[in-house]
Ligand binder design. Structure first.
Ligand SMILES: C[S@@+](CC[C@H](N)C(=O)[O-])C[C@H]1O[C@@H](n2cnc3c(N)ncnc32)[C@H](O)[C@@H]1O
Length: 240
């Protein structure tokens, strides 16, 4: 690896990825400006991300309507699932021509044999009781695995199970409003990368993904074209 780990760089995404060894990354997070997706696909971003990915690694790709269509087709052979992240609670936005945007999509891509930690480690009040209510009718289990025991408190020891709908509004955290809230970053890092694994964020913006990766005992490397983002993230890394 010619790039030093646990650092962030003022670089283009391709310049950074080129310096990463084949099959070395546990998690690649791709969160570009969404209108750039078609251009990045044409330049080979998906292939380059797959090159650096371990056989057990995962790629999470952020997108939203209408930029998701070509991307979804492009990643189809490696597509496993998608998460919906609802980032807006209410706000004072209005729209007279179409529904107000409240969510982004996170596509999950991987090879066979991928790492997946199904539990986020984050408790949620009432979660267990609600799951019991939803999985039983007249005392009978109505979930999809009738051979499995009913949900029990034992199932929840690792925290809530990851769901495909994440209602985590952006909010102020220590004086700033991160583009990606810390709770969302924690969930993605815990569920899609092992402790000690390498997380790569080539469009890191304010850097909350790499900062959270560091706090969650993962190795990381990030970059951004915007020098002020890199400076902001570097300072946070130094003071954590
Ligand atoms: C949607 S923002 C990422 C937000 C980030 N995930 C966060 O949590 O703050 C996209 C970022 O990609 C950066 N960017 C755009 N084109 C790039 C490129 N070719 N290489 C690296 N970074 C790029 C932009 O400067 C911007 O900060």
């Amino acid at each position: 690896m010619s790039v030093e780990l646990n650092k962030v760089y003022h670089r283009d995404c391709f310049e950074l990825l080129r310096e990463v060894e084949d099959k070395s990354a546990d998690l690649v997070v791709l969160d570009p400006n969404y209108q750039d997706w078609d251009d990045l696909i044409a330049k080979g971003l998906v292939e380059e991300s797959l090159r650096v990915l371990k056989p057990t690694g995962n790629i999470l790709l952020f997108t939203k309507k209408p930029y998701d269509f070509n991307l979804r087709n492009k990643i189809n052979p490696f597509f496993r699932n998608e998460l919906i992240w609802k980032y807006k609670k209410n706000g004072n936005w209005y729209s007279t021509r179409m529904p107000i945007y409240t969510y982004q999509k996170i596509y999950w891509c991987c090879h066979e044999g991928f790492f997946y930690n199904q539990q986020t480690g984050i408790p949620r009040e009432g979660e267990e009781e609600q799951a019991m209510l939803e999985s039983e009718r007249d005392g009978q289990f109505i979930g999809y695995r009738e051979d499995e025991p009913l949900y029990s408190s034992g199932h929840y020891r690792g925290g809530q199970f990851l769901k495909d709908f994440l209602d985590i509004p952006r909010k102020r955290e220590n004086g700033t409003i991160p583009t990606k809230p810390t709770e969302l970053c924690q969930i993605l890092i815990r569920c899609f990368s092992p402790v000690g694994g390498l997380v790569i964020d080539p469009f890191m913006g304010g850097g909350n993904v790499v900062l959270t990766a560091m706090r969650e005992q993962r190795r990381f490397v990030g970059c951004d074209l915007d020098a002020s983002c890199v400076q902001f993230a570097s300072e946070k890394i130094k003071t954590q």
